[in-house]
Ligand binder design. Sequence first.
Ligand code: FES
Ligand SMILES: [Fe+2]
Length: 434
Amino acid sequence: MLTAEENELLCRVEGDAPMGQMMRRHWIPALMSEELEIDGKPTRVRLLGEDLVAFRDSEGKVGLLDEFCPHRGPSLVYGRNEDCGLRCLYHGWKFDVSGNVVEMPSEPAESSFKEKTKIKSYPTEEIGGFIWTYMGPADEKPEFERPPFAPTEDTKVSIAKVKIPCNWAQVQEGQIDSAHSSSLHSSDMVPARVDSAGATETNWTRPSTDKAPRMTYRTTPYGFRYVALRRPIKNSSTHDYARVTVYVAPFISLIPPNSSYNVASVVVPVDDENSWFYFLAWGGEDIIGTYEWREFNRLVMGKDIESDYSTKSSIENDFNQDRELMKSGNFTGIKGIPNQDISMWVSMGKIVDRTTDILGASDLAVVEFRRLMVEAAKGFENGSSQAIGRSGTHIPQAEITSFQGIVPKGTDWLTLGTVETEQKVLSELAERAS
Ligand code: FES
Ligand SMILES: [Fe+2]
């Protein structure tokens, strides 16, 4: 449970809201690389309540500018993307990726007006299938680094993108909450007598039937990690089935992998009441391809989602829930793992009321998420703290991983999926706390 004020702090991201301001101090996954072609159609990008336009210029460089022309205000989404710049259709002013006005055909040739005018622009980087941006003050810009889901140059990343009509925090809470998968996704994540979680074309398998995991968390410099221990189908007297989920605040969560690929999700606020949700499979060259990943998740553009990435199944059509399918054994009657999640997130309302919810032992990760983020926002509000993960030893994001597997009972879970640097930092933190 949160107070009404804490819930506001957690959820609000627009304008001066502390959470949004704190998020601006991190590199933000703004859109997918595949959305922009050289000299191609500019794309609308709304982030933290701000309307922007992205385009890829003739040299392949990406610009992220204010959506509206500073001259008289029409949208640059309709602009011409040509000869290393984006040209407003109205009077032909042309902007480069850095926000400089490079042509002003409507003004006298001798005018210096051009040099004095700029359009708001944000820096961009490109890695792991995403275009990233930094929207905070220039003097607080952190060094750009590889994200956990693209640890090396040749990591392959398959991304499914959706626009969700509700606040970011309820989406993020869903992604880091391990307990719901045994119910909500029970028809797609099925128990099997296997040694490790697997993936087929139609479902995921896991070696446990246990619906009430025992959970423990540990705060880390970048967020937190937690383990959910379940009774395995085989060897349950000597072993545990461990699933470690990691939250790399504020946008990324690493879900336990399966034997075919790693799984991650990225949640970025569009504004207070809408979110960008990206579901990722990543790994080596032979992982599931982008199209197959979107098919598996039933998030194929044209078929399942609209061109603006909103879903065709929505609260208006009750997410096309099929009651007959439920009678025949399907748990939700909703097809596709993300669609099941989306139906839960969206049906909670635009911004869920956290002053009345009733949390149990399995909500441990949700409680930790709220504590971490509300504290970060409060710190930001009081001027005492900045971005998350800036103090102490830096753990490179590319070295942060989740984990799943059957382990002997009594295994130190902090060694599961952690590299030496992180283990050292965590034991130092623990010593300091004791
Ligand atoms: S309004 Fe854009 S150039 Fe005039
Ligand atoms: Fe889920």
